[in-house]
Design a binder for this molecule. Sequence first.
Ligand code: GSH
Length: 215
Amino acid sequence: MLLLYDLPISSYGCKTRILLRHKGVEWTRRAPPDGYGSQAYCKIVPTGTIPALDHDGFIIAESEAIAEYLNELVPTPAMLPADMRNRAAARALSRIHDGRIEPVLRSFFGHLAPATRNTAFIDENATLLQIRLNRLASMIAPAPFLTGSDLSLADCGFAPSFAILHCLQKHLAFSLDLPAVLAKYEIALSAHPSVQDEHAAYVAALDEWAAAKLA
Ligand SMILES: N[C@@H](CCC(=O)N[C@@H](CS)C(=O)NCC(=O)O)C(=O)O
């Protein structure tokens, strides 16, 4: 049995849910007891983070490790390219997402509530995000997905991050030009059958989260 500790608002959770859907497997979702980081949850998942997977008692945290585990557990459809170098490139893109793009988006979160908003920080962070997105754009040629015509591990994290970007831009109104190659990629990604329902649910969770912060 596959049990995923997760919350609807978790971007790394959404990344994992897209993968699970694409693999066509059934899973159960459970909120971390007392919330992530709690003592109760750390007794089950020592990192205290979501997502975490419980596969018949084997517990694994970190979305990248979960993704690789699921890709081996359920080999088809394969979510890494057959060629060794393309596989390395796919892993690199996924880590660029997790280490270079998502954390910059996350840095805006504390500035959504008007009471804690710092416009100088927002502008500075938007500049950093622009630089990182431009660099990403210069290294990809989606066709229409990052590693070709099939959805791969490299794509899953980008779907929630595009949703976060649009939510933040709507409310914080920073200037950012999404490079054309990324804008085109986003359209293909969000329309993929394994992505669209999770993406829509994630947009709804983000709207609810943002409304609470703005209230
Ligand atoms: N590198 C981790 C990041 C997961 C992560 O940061 N999850 C957030 C929720 S979206 C979390 O659990 N935060 C709690 C914490 O950092 O203590 C992964 O890829 O799974």
